[in-house]
Ligand binder design. Structure first.
Ligand code: XMP
Length: 629
């Protein structure tokens, strides 16, 4: 096993990924982990990069005795500087920061760099530099006169200023292979099969002869978790519960039930759309609700979260489950733990974890240590591989992350009143940006939405605008690069606008008074039906074209713009690409989303009854969150 001492690196998680891809188990642990917590548990140590300066008085540090444990060590970026500094070398501030891919000089006689060429492309990002190599170490790579790698072969200690874990370091994987297999003499035995077996053994050893309760949303994590539990203790001892709150996607609950039935999991279905629609809750001492009349996104989330707890308790009571006899299985994944450990989890990430898994019963079980989390060492793609091995169908295994409150937070509600308009000045600024488009004349209109999710509560972003072209351009006729360029500039130049979209259909500008055309909209089943239809167009197209591997998540959002047809609404699609869900970018049509697939999606959604227009969200995160509210 490899311990990754975490110095706060942006790329720390990638080190973990790279090592695990080489089938070696790795764990991200605090930089100041005590030697006794590492001794005997790990075979090698990687010290990650980080934003600090190792010579600063408050610099993050490791226990120097860690270097005396006889374990092979690889320091990366900050880890490299710290290793050199602690061993008696000198590190100073450079005259300027470097953040670029650089061709560097390599001494290929170093065991770390065997088989590489003497010139290698690497990613360097640093503001400090090693200016004097520590005694007993020798330099083994250079860039622009600076030493950027050192080694002490006898003590098996190595350090690189560049990042071997990123794709921009072209032979980074080879460097990790040399470190793990040649230097640390580890074996690539952390295979899907061995991990599958280990997960089963763990569940059995924790649960013994008792029973398991698992809440299954139909997402890949909870489904795989349920399938593992079934294999470990047998179907009769697994109670799998699915709550259908009325905001699932088209046929989703039924599909999940059938799919899990096929692998021997009998889901207890709890259909309670009515309970949710009528539900109320307390928000900061004031009663809010019912949900079917609520507009504010935070209130909707609170009502749904609280109701979820209530109906889960009822379901568990109905099933006659006894807390003394049951363990709770959760599909918590490794990124969830890493993120919370490194304090990077957003408040929403907390919501994701607590709201579904925090009923009174859950808390009771947790306090008694009766929670089983067999996937806590898996990443999403590893869970998908395991799900496939367990025989779960493709559409379940490749289901995209779906928020707990479901389609309810993809329905932008409104009481029908016109939201505040963009000032003439701001509208003019957007129009000026839009005038940069050279393939035709872009029209600009404001969308009648108030809440258009922004990351953090920075600035006063609150509006969305749509750009459109005359005629009915095919998506291959549109210059997407220019549109994305404009969309990137809108939020930085017009502080009140957070989302920029492209809109199909006849161009429209807000009328002479600037009034926006708003249809009263709430999370009612008739609106959900429209949204479900539009969403199923996208879901089916993605499965048919195998885009589930390319696009990380594609929220489909209904919003209350009627565009002149009384009672109509509109749809936004947000094809989104992200690895970590903390930052991300919109998919580029013609690259990550084939033109013909996009054109067919748009044409089909435009046929959904009561839908006026379809828009494509061009906004990156930040500033725009994945979801619209
Ligand atoms: P944002 O919109 O913050 O979303 O970029 C990041 C990820 O979290 C999901 N998400 C939620 N999941 N309850 C959930 O269970 C929520 O209230 C919620 N809000 C956002 C979102 O779909 C994305 O995967």
């Amino acid at each position: 096993k490899v311990a990754i001492l975490d110095a706060g690196a942006q790329y720390g998680k990638l080190i973990d990924r790279r090592i695990r891809e080489l089938k070696v188990e790795s764990h991200v642990v605090p930089l100041d982990s005590k030697p006794e917590d590492l001794q005997g548990k790990y075979d090698a140590i990687v010290i990650s990069g980080g934003p600090g300066s190792c010579y600063a008085p408050d610099a993050p540090k490791f226990h120097p005795e860690v270097l005396e444990m006889g374990l092979p060590i690889l320091g990366v970026c900050y880890g490299y500087q710290l290793l050199n500094y602690v061993k008696g070398g000198k590190v100073e501030k450079s005259s300027k920061r470097e953040d670029l891919q650089e061709t560097v000089d390599i001494d290929t006689s170093s065991p770390l760099f065997q088989g590489l060429t003497s010139k290698e492309k690497t990613l360097l990002t640093h503001g400090d530099a090693v200016v004097e190599v520590a005694p007993d170490f020798r330099p083994v790579a250079w860039s622009k006169g600076l030493v950027i790698a050192i080694e002490n072969q006898g003590k098996k200690m190595f350090g690189t200023q560049f990042h071997p874990e990123v794709d921009l370091t072209e032979n980074g994987v080879a460097i990790f292979k040399h470190f793990l297999f040649d230097i640390a003499k580890m074996s690539p035995d952390y295979t899907p099969e061995s991990r599958h077996e280990a997960a089963i053994a763990e569940i059995r050893s924790i649960v013994g002869t008792k029973e398991i309760l698992v809440l299954v949303s139909g997402g890949v994590d909870s489904s795989v978790c349920a399938a593992l539990c079934r294999e470990a203790v047998g179907p009769e001892k697994v109670h799998a519960v699915h709550i259908d709150h009325g905001f699932m996607r088209k046929n989703e609950s039924e599909t999940v039930q059938v799919a899990l039935g096929k692998v021997g999991i009998n889901l207890h279905m709890v259909h309670c759309a009515d309970d949710f629609a009528k539900a109320r809750t307390m928000a900061k001492g004031v009663e809010v609700g019912p949900l079917e009349e609520t507009v504010a996104p935070e209130h909707k989330r609170m009502i749904i979260g609280d109701t979820f707890m209530r109906v889960t308790e009822q379901a568990v009571r109905k099933l006659g489950i006894n807390a003394d006899n049951v363990y709770l299985a959760q599909g918590t994944l490794r990124p969830d733990l890493i993120e919370s450990g490194s304090h990077l989890a957003s408040s929403k990430a907390d919501v994701i974890k607590t709201h579904h898994n925090d009923t009174a019963l859950v808390r009771e079980l947790r306090a008694q240590g009766k929670i089983v989390e067999p996937l806590r060492d898996f990443h999403k793609d590893e869970v998908r591989a395991l799900g496939t091995e367990l025989g779960l169908p493709k559409h379940l295994v490749w289901r995209q992350p779906f928020p707990g409150p479901g389609l309810a937070i993809r329905c932008l509600c409104s009481d029908g009143s016109c939201p505040p308009l963009l000032s003439k000045e701001d509208m003019h600024k957007v129009e000026q940006l839009a005038a940069q488009y050279t393939k035709g004349k872009l029209s600009v209109c404001q969308l009648p939405v108030l809440t258009v999710g922004v990351q953090g509560d920075c600035r006063s972003y609150k509006s969305a605008v749509a750009l459109s072209l005359p005629g009915e351009p095919k998506s291959s006729d549109i210059d997407w690069e220019q549109l994305f360029h404009i969309a990137r500039n809108v939020p930085s130049e017009v502080m009140s606008v957070s989302r920029t979209c492209f809109m199909w259909g006849p161009p429209c500008t807000n009328d002479s008074e600037g009034l926006l055309d708003v249809t009263p909209t709430y999370c009612t089943q008739d609106v959900m039906e429209q949204l479900r239809e539009a969403d199923s167009v996208v879901t089916e197209a993605m499965l048919e074209s195998d885009l589930v591997h390319t696009l990380s998540q594609v929220p489909v959002v209904i919003f209350p713009a009627s565009f002149g047809t009384k009672g109509n609404r509109s749809i936004a699609i947000r094809p989104f690409i992200t690895r970590d869900f903390m930052t991300g970018k919109p998919a580029v049509p013609g690259q990550e989303l084939p033109f013909e697939v996009l054109d067919s999606i748009i044409a089909k959604i435009r046929q959904v009854k009561g839908i006026s227009r379809v828009v494509y969200d061009l906004t990156a995160k930040p500033p725009g969150t994945t979801e619209w509210e």
